[in-house]
Design a binder for this molecule. Structure first.
Ligand code: NAP
Length: 274
């Protein structure tokens, strides 16, 4: 089975390639430089050449705060770029796996979001990713939409590493009123593999089980590392960001991943092993 990955040099794309390769798939990991998803002719050319069975579409404009000032760029990549990938996948009969986000939700619920819940993005990033979902639904006859959240992994800048890099500070203020599901990119990759093998196409929520605030997440990181850090819980208003975030973006993962604390433990172990 051939799997083509877009944005393959990113945090998730890199782990996906490793996990699928270890499970016997033939991987075509296309970096930004090798295949710009804004260039339909290039995307088509690559897809015609490879004839993939699955396309896992990770490439995206992922800087949530920058989408405030660079909305057009984010829209171009996340919507028109996705359109190019979706059309090229459809043209060669491939199944498209589109990686989406918990930020498609507005955060007004108080119980975990299910795939049937209505999306209502409150920032440009969520909006462009949700429009990307719509494109996939319109263009592709075979697709999976995988919504995930709060990713961390070995191959990208992430919250866990940022926290650990701050361990010697006098105090570390962390937001305690945004609740979500921290997710390790390796566990996500393994769960995507299982879903593709065992489940019909459709929308899936794949994220660490349970829920945490950023503060609780940080507390667990330092606890597992045996580090005493002076963590101070704060409110969203005390730590202003350019883009608004949903206060509650917990998703019901239907048992597709373990509790987020388990994933974090495994990530920290893999990190210490070098
Ligand atoms: N990180 C999270 O917490 C999170 C949460 C939910 C969903 N997601 C989704 O998960 C997917 C992977 O995210 P990630 O965290 O792995 O992001 P990432 O590390 O930023 O990777 C995204 C990749 O896409 C590439 N890319 C950007 N524009 C491109 C273009 N025009 N053509 C081809 N490639 C392009 C980037 O290359 P350059 O660096 O060269 O631009 C980068 O390698 C994304 O779809 C994201 O929306 C992420």
């Amino acid at each position: 089975m051939k799997v083509l990955i877009t944005g393959a040099e990113g945090m998730l794309g890199t782990d996906l390639a490793d996990v699928f390769e270890a499970n016997g798939y033939e991987i075509f990991d296309m970096t930004h430089e090798e295949m710009d998803i804004m260039d339909f002719d290039r995307v088509s050319e690559v897809f015609d050449l490879v004839c993939p069975d699955f396309v896992i579409h990770c490439a995206a404009y992922t800087n949530v705060d920058k989408t405030v000032d660079e909305c057009e760029m984010a829209y171009a990549i996340n919507v028109f770029g996705t359109q190019n990938v979706a059309q090229a996948a459809e043209d060669v009969g491939a199944t498209l796996v589109y990686i989406s986000t918990d930020y498609v939700f507005d955060g007004n619920k108080t119980t975990p979001y299910t795939p049937d819940d209505q999306a209502n993005p409150i920032n440009n990033y969520g909006l462009t990713k949700y429009k990307g979902e719509d494109v996939v639904r319109e263009v592709c006859s075979k697709y999976y939409i995988v919504r995930t959240s709060w990713l961390y992994g070995r191959h990208g800048k992430n919250f866990v590493d940022t926290m650990l890099s701050m361990k010697d500070k006098d105090e570390i203020k962390v937001v305690d009123d945004q609740i979500g599901c921290p997710t390790w990119t390796v566990e996500l990759s393994e769960a995507i593999l299982k879903v593709l093998k065992n489940k019909q196409g459709g929308v899936y929520h794949i994220c660490g089980g349970g829920s945490a605030s950023w503060y609780e997440f940080a507390k667990e990181i330092f606890k597992l590392q045996g580090i005493k850090a002076n963590l101070i819980p704060c409110k969203t208003e005390d730590y202003p960001r350019l883009a608004e975030r949903p206060r509650y973006s917990v998703m019901d993962n239907a048992g597709l991943c373990k509790n987020w604390r388990e994933g974090l433990k495994e990530y920290l172990l893999s990190r210490s092993e070098g």
